[in-house]
Design a protein around this ligand. Sequence first.
Ligand code: AMP
Length: 479
Amino acid sequence: MSFAALGLSEALVRAVTERGYTSPTPIQAKAIPAVLSGGDLLAGAQTGTGKTAGFVLPILQRLSTTAPRKPASGGARPIRVLILAPTRELAAQVEESVVAYSKHLKLSSTVVFGGVNINPQIDRLRRGVDILVATPGRLLDHAGQRTVDLSGVEVLVLDEADRMLDMGFIHDIRRVLKLLPAQRQNLLFSATFSDEIKALADGLLNRPALIEVARRNATADTVAQRVLPVDRARKRELLSHLVREHNWFQVLVFTRTKHGANRLAEQLAKDGIPSLAIHGNKSQNARTRALSEFKSGSLQVLVATDIAARGLDIVELPHVVNFDLPNVPEDYVHRIGRTGRAGAEGEAVSLVSPDENGLLRDIERLIRRELPRQTVAGFELDPNARNEPEADDRPPRQSRRPMRGDASRGAPRPGFRGSAAGQGGSRGQSAKPAASAGGRGAAQPVRAAMAAPARSATAAPARPSGVGGFRGRSSRSGR
Ligand code: AMP
C-alpha cells in the first residue's frame, strides 16, 4: 500500500516521502480514505500510531482541491479547518506536521495556545490562515476578543478528545462548537472510549465511520517491560544507579505529581545527572526548552507528569521509567507508548514500592499480562521500611468537572474494547463492543475496523449508545 494509492496528490506524496515515510501506517490506511470521503469519523488511536498524518493529509488534500466557503463575516480568508488539542505541546506538534505536509501546497496554518503572549497570535490571525490548531482555552480568549472568526470552518478535528475531557475542557469545547457553522465535517480521535467520549461523539458526529487501531498494550512487543520492587525511600537512589550503571540516555521518567517531578529532577541533577522537570506549572518557555534539550540528546533525563507528557512526539525513545505508578491504569499504557514506537525497541521500567502493589495489579489486569519482577542487587526490600503513598497534588481525575447527567461518573475509563475486556472482571465493567461508539443515527455498518492480530476487531453495526450527549444539544442542532 502506498500513499498515492490512498488517493493523495503528488504534492502530498512528495512531502511525506521527503519526511522519510515509505508506506502508510494502519490508521493512515483507514483514516485517509474515510476523511477524503467527506464524512464524519470516530477513530480510536493514540499518539505514536501516525494518527496526525491520518487526518492532516486528507484534510490538506480536500482544502487544496475545493474553494473556501464565504464566511458569515464576509472576511477575505476564512479559517477552513480547526484542530483542537489538549496541550500546548501537542498543538505545537500537530501544527509542525501541518507545515511539513503542506510544504508543496499554497495553504497556511498557525497555532494558538495559552501561556505565551497573545498579540503575535492576533497579528497572525489577522493576516489570515487556512488551518488553525488551538488549545480550547486560548481559542476562546481569541473568540472573546473577536480576533478569530470561525464561521467559515469546514472541518473540525478533536485530537486526543479523551484527554481534553480529562483536563476539564468539555465546557470550553461546547462553547467552541457554538461558534462553528452547522455544516461541517467532524473528526474525533481518542485513545480511550469512556462514556463521556461516547456522549461527546453522540452529540457531535453524524453517521461516523469508525476506525480502531490496536492500543499500545496490544502491540507492545517491542517494549520490554519490567517491574523493579524497591522501597519508596530508595527509588531515587535506584534510578540514579540504573541511569549511571547502564549509561542510559534520553530517559523519560514519570511521576504522579508536579511536586514529585520537581523534587526528583533536582535530586538527579545533584547526583550529576542532567535532568529537568516538565509539568503544567512550568512556563511555556521552560517546557519548550526542556523538550528541545531532551530531543536533541543534551538533557539526559526528562521528568514529567502524565498530562505534560501526553502527546510528546519523541521518536524512538529508548527508556521510560515509571518512578510512581499512575492512579489510572490506562495512563500506564500511554506512558509506555512513549517508547518502542514505530517498531523501535524500547524499555519500560517501573519502580514499584509495596504501597503500590494494588496499582500494579490494576495495570496487569488492564494489559492482561503479568509483568516480570526483578530485584536489583543492593536494593532488596527492607521489611521494616515505611512505605506510604505520596500525597497527590491534584484531585483524582474522575472527580474533576464531571459532566452533567453523566451516569458513569466515578467509574474507571474503559479503553476501546480490548482493554475494557481486560478490566471487566475486576472493575465491574462489561466489555462493550467498540461499534457502540456510533454517533447519532449511526445505523450504517462500520466502514473500517482495524484488527490487531491478537484481538479480533469485529465490525458490528454502529448504534447510538443511548447516553444523552450534550444536554443543550447545542452541537447537535448546531451542525
Ligand atoms: P503521531 O501518532 O501522529 O504522533 O505520529 C507518531 C510518529 O510517527 C511521528 O514521529 C511521525 O512523524 C511518524 N510517522 C507518521 N506516519 C508515518 C509513516 N507512514 N511512516 C513512518 N513514520 C510515520
